[in-house]
Design a protein around this ligand. Sequence first.
Ligand code: P6P
Length: 332
Amino acid sequence: MSTDPMSSEIITVQSHIIEKQRKHPQATGEFSWLLSGITLATKIIESKVRRAGLLDILGADGRINVQGEIVQKLDRIANETLLRTLGYRGNIGIMASEEDDEPHMVKDVGEEGRYIVLFDPLDGSSNIDVNVSVGTIFSVLRRKAGEWNRENPVVHLLQPGFEQVAAGYVVYGSSTVLTYTTGNGVHMFTLDPDIGAYVLCNEDVKMPDTGKMYSVNEAYLSTFPKGYRDYLGWAKGEGYSLRYIGSFVADFHRTLLRGGVFLYPPTTKQPEGKLRLLYEANPMAFIAQQAGGAASDGTQAIMKKQPKALHERTPLIIGSKSEVDRVLGFLA
Ligand code: P6P
């Protein structure tokens, strides 16, 4: 262990973003301002998640959200926290959440409100009461030039995933880890509770190109299309392990670091798959691609899909490039 105090520089997410922008002049400082709104919100959410059992916020809130699911109280808190912190960043024009039917136009925002932020405030929330990792997922788009369509703001959001300018997630697990990309690699930061800052822990993360691990809810096996069942039969024969937490952010985080493939195929109950295209599949597909991995819906790359609706679902195959290609080979 070096005794030189300068040997281990402490790089926070703010300083990392500014450093990255210095090297990429086309990036403007306003993105770091936007990202600081997200990091602030996730620190507030993290503090609630860590004390969920003590704050009487466990258990269902009773209301039914736009997904037809019982809203957990922590979902509401996370959603309101993100809306509140992002709503006053000045450069965000629209926010959209899994929790809300319609997007939120930020009031009185003019041309400077160029960014659009879509998020799943607390993915995997059904796991909160049993202390399993949950997460926040976000995707950042830029509004195309031209007037805001205030009557139908959704039109600004229906952009393919390759249009994203940034994407990331925070996993509230044994530690709280923020992972983001702006198209210049994938970078990971661990929240240091002693100083309340996200500190760089893993720069330019690369997903292993292979991994003998698949992540899927095999309870639905009999309802998967044949190609998926053939792939899973093959994987078992090859001695693959199954790891499935039932919390997408946690399952994806492990896949990013260890390799392998996460699958949410079409089922009879969810013929379009379960995960949401705009604020779950697209941001994770951007991260996977930047880390050398891949993401497909079984017929095309996730980030090439033209969204038709804000809460649109998609089948998802995401992970190591060679593992995704192998699944696609069985589907062909
Ligand atoms: P299933 C959690 O509710 C979630 O949206 C994702 O986080 C997770 O990957 C998936 O649903 C789990 O779905 O059908 O396996 O319970």
